[in-house]
Design a protein around this ligand. Sequence first.
Ligand code: 1GP
Length: 259
Amino acid sequence: MEGKKWSSVRDYILEGIKKHGALHMTLIDPDKTGPEEAAEIGKAAHRAGTSAIMVGGSIGVSESMTDDIVLSIKREVDIPVILFPGSPTALSRHADAVWFISVLNSQNPYFITGAQMQGAFIVKKYGLEVLSLGYIIVGVGGAVSIVSYTRPLPFNKPEIVAAYALAAEYIGFSFIYLEGGSGGKPVPAETVALVRKAVKVPLVVGGGIRDAKTAYKLVKAGADIIVTGTIVEEADDVEEKLREIVDGVRRGAEDRLRR
Ligand code: 1GP
């Protein structure tokens, strides 16, 4: 699509949160979705009111696969396409921005600063806008916790999740992501509420969110951005399913403001 409607993705996100209270983003995994299907999902997601498309996955994702998906989506929709890379080999010069992720509770420094070091000059060369993201894996954790050598923080220790989040804010991350693991169990709303009390930076929550009620509760508890991935791979009617979720996000934001 020609002519972007935003000058920076960061401002687009922050203004979107200010305007709507909270946003929804759709995650597409190039390991599971081909370029044509990605374009269809992108169009349906856009019509349903999603604010950005994220592209990435934990395993089996190359740069050329990412390029194909990003270009295919960008031909069809004019919302930002943000990389969600599982490794430095999943960066695409065609995306609008990259979540520059540090897996804060990984047990392996490669996933905290090593992969970031390897990818930093690629990001610079490609001119990608950087959205720094402190990433905290909670609960079941899923594939991402296995791949990134992370010991997910148990659901019954929300105060440790909040402590990681506050540390992330103090270190200077622009965004914090609470990850329940793709296809897993969502981060509990009580944990989101505790983190919300602790930090001011925008809070992204994803993993295992499959219905409007869960999205509603998480936003009401303090999530600023809800990410869903698996449901677009499973839904018969992607647009209808995402409309439900986006509606849950909007209602959650309204009720949070009303309190
Ligand atoms: C995974 O948080 C995202 O990194 C999305 O999870 O696939 O469960 O929606 P789902």
